[in-house]
Design a protein around this ligand. Structure first.
Ligand SMILES: C[S@@+](CC[C@H](N)C(=O)[O-])C[C@H]1O[C@@H](n2cnc3c(N)ncnc32)[C@H](O)[C@@H]1O
Length: 411
């Protein structure tokens, strides 16, 4: 195999990041946008110790699962990875991805029960876009190349309206200082947040950008509503710019309800990495007491306000790192633990404490099957998998959300 040479190969499977995998001259080769069973021509771009990467040059035999991407930026942008594959096959890919990661990391043959899905387009309620003079869009994956966009096919169309206004704005003010903008839409209300710019932009934004309900500059509210309010079941949740909130309401609602349904009536439930307290609120119906732990101060403030507006009196939030606090809770009678850590997963100290607490059930919610499987390797000392379900929270990307229910072995 030689760099810049073109080869013909059959695609055997997709890797975890949806790149086609072929074997050329005995070397595993990753080819973005090639699909399983296709026969393709590929130009070799890079060779490493035991693999190579190439560019898809021509499809000689096309997969029947291939579709035309709805988004004109798909092959340039890199924000989405699956728009060239029909949606059902993409869902199947995600299920199999979780199973194969578990096989590799835990050597167990797990079965994902189901993958729940919502709308695969226009679903995101929040995005962060890069701005460079009169361009606005995403950085192409793993580069600093800004892909200038007019709209994004996976975000709420209210966000697309803001992008349209922003495009006019930056075209009129190409010397603007904006580097990055966060846009969030909750219950049809629009919040924008921009850091590292002068407060003087406030009046321009109010004048030139339509239908904004909340503007934050440098983390200070300069116009409109302090928080946006989301409703899930009978609960309302205040959300400020820095607070975590799932990006796909329809799918997160299904996921939260299912996760909470595993919890039997109990004494104390821990909700680790509790964010703005969404799961915590739902859990409050099932337990005498729920304790949430979350490190971001703004999220805990929102979470405490959420308790007030929902008249919940059996929840306590601790603002700290889970690993700093969990040991102090060991003596309590904790029946269930729900944990929903960031992509990096939980940590050894926390997992050890969970094993010592020995709750009846552990509900582990994860946006990264690799760290989920890694952490399960620790928890399986005392727990078995009762059920795993997947959620297509991030449609058209290779990301997938997983809910794993663990039960104590000796129950
Ligand atoms: C995936 S989010 C889950 C939030 C919440 N369960 C929800 O569904 O809205 C992970 C949360 O963990 C928080 N976090 C990250 N590292 C943490 C740590 N070491 N200790 C406590 N919270 C942490 C983040 O701020 C974020 O709110």
């Amino acid at each position: 195999m030689k760099i810049n040479e073109t080869y013909e190969t059959k695609i055997l499977r997709l890797n975890n990041e949806t790149e086609g995998v072929g074997i050329i001259d005995g070397i595993t080769t990753f080819i973005p946008y090639a699909l399983p069973l296709e026969i393709v021509k590929v130009k070799i771009d890079n060779m490493y110790d035991n693999y190579a990467r190439g560019t898809l040059v021509e499809i000689l035999k096309e997969s029947s699962d291939r579709i035309d991407p709805v988004c004109p930026y798909f092959y340039k942008c890199g924000g989405c990875n699956l728009m060239h594959l029909n949606y059902d096959s993409g869902l199947e890919f995600k299920k199999e991805k979780i199973e194969s990661i578990f096989k590799k990391i835990t050597n167990e043959n797990i079965k994902v029960n189901n993958i729940y899905n919502g709308n695969n387009l226009y679903y995101r309620n929040k995005i962060t876009l890069k701005v460079d003079k009169n361009k606005i869009g995403y950085y192409k994956e793993k580069t600093n190349t800004l892909i200038d966009i007019d709209k994004c096919f996976i975000v709420d169309n209210k966000i697309n309206n803001v992008i349209k206004d922003l495009k006019d704005f930056i075209n009129n003010y190409p010397d603007n200082e904006i580097n990055e903008i966060m846009i969030r839409v909750i219950d049809n209300k629009v919040m924008i947040s921009i850091d590292n710019i002068s407060i003087n932009y406030k009046d321009l934004f109010i004048d030139k950008l339509n239908n904004l309900d909340s503007i934050y500059i440098n983390n200070n509210l300069v116009y409109g509503e302090k928080v946006l309010v989301e409703t899930i079941d009978n609960y309302k949740f205040n959300i400020s710019p820095k607070s975590f909130f799932q990006v796909n309401k329809k799918v997160s609602k299904m996921m939260y309800e299912k996760a909470v349904s595993y919890i039997d009536k109990s004494d104390i439930t821990l909700d680790l990495y509790s964010g703005t307290g969404t799961i915590t609120a739902l859990l409050s119906e099932k337990s005498k007491k729920v304790i949430g732990i979350e490190v971001v101060k703004e999220a805990v403030n929102d979470a405490n306000n959420n308790l007030k507006i929902n008249n919940i009196s059996n929840v306590e939030f601790i603002c700290d790192k889970v690993e700093n606090k969990i040991e102090t809770l060991k003596k309590l009678n904790i029946d269930n633990i729900v944990l929903d850590p960031p992509r990096s997963g939980s940590d050894k100290k926390t997992l050890k404490s969970i094993l010592e607490i020995k709750p009846n059930k552990i509900i582990y919610i994860s946006c990264n099957p690799v760290t989920l499987a890694r952490d399960y390797n620790v928890l399986k000392e005392k727990y078995i998998i009762k059920e795993i379900n997947a959620y297509d929270m991030f449609s058209n990307t290779y990301h997938v959300e997983t809910v794993m229910v663990l039960e104590k072995k000796d129950v």
